[in-house]
Design a protein around this ligand. Sequence first.
Ligand code: NIG
Ligand code: FE
Length: 393
Amino acid sequence: MSAATLLTNIGELTTNVAVDADPCGTVHDAAVLMEGDRIVWVGSADEAHRRVAGSVEVVDAGGRAVIPGFVDSHTHLVFGGDRADEFEARMAGVPYAAGGIRRTVAATRAASDDELRRRLAGLVAELHAQGTTTFEVKTGYGLTVADEARLARLAAEVTPEVTFLGAHVVPAEYEDRREDYVDLVCAEMLLACAAHSRWVDVFCERGAFTAAESRRILAAGIAHGLQPRVHGNQLGHGEGVQVAVALGAASVDHCTFLDDDDVAALAASGTVATLLPGVEFSTRQPYPDARRLIEAGVTVALASDCNPGSSFTSSMPLMIALAVREMGMTTAEAVWSATAGGARALRRDDVGVLAPGSRADLVLLDAPTRTHLAYRPGVPLIRTVWRRGRAAA
Ligand code: NIG
Ligand code: FE
């Protein structure tokens, strides 16, 4: 029999298996049995003793809270360089400009595979330590065929959720012939990256790619077997949400500037609105209105957008705290969006939920309830993380 662990005496268990009005499927005085990389049983701590047979390791949660591992559905973790100077300037009043992306492109192109791999490994360790057990990684700081392909390859070493983002910005060398760059993205670059990628993404925004260019690039990706997702409505109102919904994208990310038609289109679609409050924190933009989306019936995910320009944090607990403090979410909604919501944005049903058959990815908090994630911002509340049934040392 593969290794089994019974985690018992859980004061508050967030299962995300919806019960009546509680989408978090909260169970008090609970226990979870893991076997191999899966959860095999969830129930009350009182019943748990009947499950202890043979070589089951028993872990006492001491009345603390347990939640599913965070699902961070939007990151840009493969890059070189540092843009702390831009952050300092923004805090002194300089507005965020997506043009800074080109600085990271230059630093990334200059870095060796090993340098990028080391940096990536450090960031992945940072995510894991903060309770993230599933994460997506985008390319987008290479912007040549060879560089995008190596970023996709390096990303695929750490996650199956790789997104091809050759359409991040038009690189400097194509400044005066952007159609040629779109052609390149849709042909050679896509061909070089598709084998390592599951998703195709476009930064559909003024200063990046137009709606028409975005549609073309996403359609090319779909034709190569990739599924679409979109960066949209980040810096101002634009067509990103409408492009995403029309193509049946899994998610449209940022969603900071939305009109009523965007909200209605999202509500009537299967596209998740992924909100990235680390960006608003770090760029001093207004936060997106999560309450408006939730009231309209839109599925909302929270993600870190970890990248060196607009949001250099990998902390999902910080996203929860910001969503509750600044975006009108309840703590239950924010925790759901950072776990089950992220899973929906990645079209995964094996993570973000604690139920028999789901992956044994869970987090024991150093707190009696999940509310403490927002109530005690900045405090390291991640006590133990199980990934695929194994506790991190
Ligand atoms: O998601 N919006 C586009 N891309 C990133 C920012 C990248 C950067 O500034 O380096 C984002 O915010
Ligand atoms: Fe992003």
